[in-house]
Ligand binder design. Structure first.
Ligand SMILES: NC(=O)c1ccc[n+]([C@@H]2O[C@H](COP(=O)([O-])OP(=O)(O)OC[C@H]3O[C@@H](n4cnc5c(N)ncnc54)[C@H](OP(=O)(O)O)[C@@H]3O)[C@@H](O)[C@H]2O)c1
Length: 248
């Protein structure tokens, strides 16, 4: 396998906006083939068309990461279309933060389903291909909230702590298969993520925080490319980055 990004086949969940979309653009520019999954197929398809129009290789597939079969179909499509699966980027997520006393139990469940189970389904979809290839790279997206907890962020932080634990367990288990694992924990990055907050108090505070400190999404895309482009015997296990302006 090449050590660089060019020629690698990369599946990206949550590629219809934000970090996933920026990463698809960046990796495609660097010569990767990208397989894009999310629910909003119109946005995915126009991104894939744009990348193909610029000479890249891209495929869009409507995917709900809470559906294990759909995530498997996404990873299988990468192998059927491009012959292998080099990188699985489990990026889809949402952040409807609120105080626990607001009892937004449906939102707790959605965060658990997308942010935790969605990552596990991505791992399940990628592992059969990567263990057979005896090569591959699974990149999971946690957060600064996967290292810290603050009022209003309890369930979101719990899901992002879970992603780090899952990533570390995965790292140890896949040693026999020459598979690399990376968990990336971004700070505030300018995406649609704060729009998932329905609690008006938390939403206003978060909007101000993002307006004050957030940095562009290509910061994350470059971190993905950095982890991917190391030589095969180097496994970048964790990346945590914040905007320079961000304190917590
Ligand atoms: N932006 C930040 O400051 C920040 C910081 C730390 C961590 N993160 C993490 O970064 C990841 C990406 O978020 P973002 O900031 O790029 O936010 P975003 O712009 O809201 O993007 C979220 C992506 O997840 C997808 N998604 C949500 N539910 C899904 C489902 N059930 N099935 C498939 N895809 C689903 C969305 O696509 P559809 O709606 O089309 O399905 C969208 O493409 C998340 O895991 C988030 O927790 C972000």
């Amino acid at each position: 396998m090449a050590n660089d990004v060019a020629g690698k086949v990369v599946v990206i969940t949550g590629a219809s906006s934000g970090l996933g979309e920026a990463t698809a653009r960046h990796l495609s520019t660097l010569g990767a083939s990208v397989v894009l999954g999310a629910r909003r197929i119109d946005r995915l398809q126009s991104l894939a068309d744009e990348l193909v129009g610029r000479g890249g290789k891209a495929l869009a597939l409507a995917t709900d990461v809470t559906n294990c079969d759909q995530v498997k179909r996404l990873a299988d499509a990468a192998v059927e279309t491009y012959g292998r699966l080099d990188v699985m980027l489990n990026n889809a997520g949402l952040m409807p933060q609120s105080l626990l006393e607001r009892l937004k139990i449906d939102e707790w469940n959605r965060m658990i389903d997308v942010n935790i189970k969605g990552v596990l389904y991505g791992i399940a979809a990628a592992l059969p291909h990567m263990t057979r290839q005896k090569a591959g790279h699974i990149i999971n997206v946690s957060s600064v909230a996967g290292h810290k907890v603050r009022p209003g962020g309890t369930v979101y932080s719990a899901t992002k702590h879970a992603v780090r634990v899952i990533s570390e367990g995965l790292r140890q288990e896949v040693k026999p298969y020459n598979i690399r694992t990376t968990v990336i924990s971004p700070g505030a990055v300018d995406t649609e993520l704060p729009d998932t907050i329905t609690d008006p108090d938390v939403s206003a505070a978060m909007r101000k925080f993002y307006d004050d400190v957030a940095i562009p999404a290509d910061s994350f895309a470059r971190a993905v490319a950095y982890a991917m482009s190391q030589p095969d015997d180097v496994d970048i296990n964790e990346i945590l980055f914040r905007p320079t302006r961000q304190e917590f």
